[in-house]
Ligand binder design. Structure first.
Ligand code: GLU
Length: 298
């Protein structure tokens, strides 16, 4: 078994991160497996080396050890480029210049009800999607533009008809999600996911592309992460199919909430692990706060 913790170095680790990291770590250790650390720093404008150092300090303080070198997404652009070139040459990507406001305006005429929402927000209404037969796909892939996956074309390229099903195995079931084989029809990817962004203008990748390529590169067998990413997993399964990668097991865990039941925000500094440490908490206090056994094997 090989698990990973994949924080973005854009702020302090808080209780929610600690829960995710400890869970992934303990699962791997209990199985005699490996636990890897990946720094998801594709967003250069928000990532800071000092946050990465702080993350490492916090994880070590929590008593977590990771195997092998740390993988940084900022070192992986060549792999992302190769994958994007591949999809581009297969005619599955197109440039998109829409911003959020354009998308909201195109998706929702006021009398048509709420536009369908997917894992990344409003399902893209297809404004920039080209008509069939893309003559431009023989040209080099454009840089510094957002690129979207043409979901219909992607499914067709895999020979998937609308009723065909894709699936993954879920072992976590956090936040009321189901456990077992999670199957979904190709049509759902069209209706409820749509043409996701695989390269952002200013980043050269997107979370979905990077996470799929990196989990495969690191040989992750069990992806342990928050249930907020459960819906996004359908995108990841499709990308694995497009790249011929195997699908790991997924363990989506419950989310850590504050006393009002609200999910901890990324930048909830009041619940930063460093703050608890300064206030005299011990690592086993943190385990208790997130309702995890205090002995690793317990
Ligand atoms: N970097 C992501 C986050 O901090 C983790 C994504 C994942 O585990 O797949 O939310």
């Amino acid at each position: 078994m090989r698990t990973r913790f994949a924080p973005s170095p854009t702020g302090p680790l808080h209780l929610g991160h600690a829960y995710s990291a400890i869970l992934a770590h303990d699962m791997a250790r209990a199985a005699g497996g490996q636990f890897l650390l990946r720094i998801e720093d594709i967003d250069r404008s928000r990532s800071r080396p000092e946050w990465e150092r702080q993350i490492q300090r916090d994880l070590s303080w929590l008593g977590l050890t990771w195997d092998g070198p740390i993988l940084r997404q900022s070192d992986r652009q060549a792999a992302y480029d190769t994958a994007l070139d591949d999809l581009w040459s297969r005619g599955l990507l197109y440039p998109c210049s829409c911003n959020r406001r354009d998308i909201a305006a195109a998706a929702g005429a006021p009398n048509e009800g709420e536009p369908p929402m997917g894992p990344d927000g409003i399902v893209y209404p297809g404004t920039c999607r080209p008509a069939a037969n893309r003559p431009w796909r023989d040209r080099p892939r454009p840089r510094n533009v957002a690129l979207r996956l043409d979901m219909r074309a992607a499914l067709a390229s895999l020979g998937l008809a609308s009723g065909d099903r894709l699936s993954f195995i879920e072992t976590g079931g956090g936040e009321g999600t189901s456990v077992g084989q999670i199957a979904f029809a190709a049509q759902e990817l069209i209706d409820r996911v749509g043409d996701v962004v695989l390269a952002r203008r200013e980043m050269g990748s997107s979370y979905h592309l990077a996470v799929v390529l990196d989990d495969a590169f690191q040989g992750i067998t069990h992806v342990v992460r928050g249930a907020d990413l459960f819906e996004a997993t359908r995108i990841h399964v499709l990308l694995q199919r497009l790249f011929g990668l195997s699908t790991p097991l997924y363990h989506h865990h419950r989310l850590i909430r504050d006393e009002n039941g609200k999910r901890l925000a990324k930048r909830d500094d009041a619940r930063a692990i460093a703050k608890y440490r300064e206030d005299g908490a011990t690592p086993s206090d943190i385990r208790k706060m997130v309702r995890l056994p205090t002995s690793r094997n317990g």
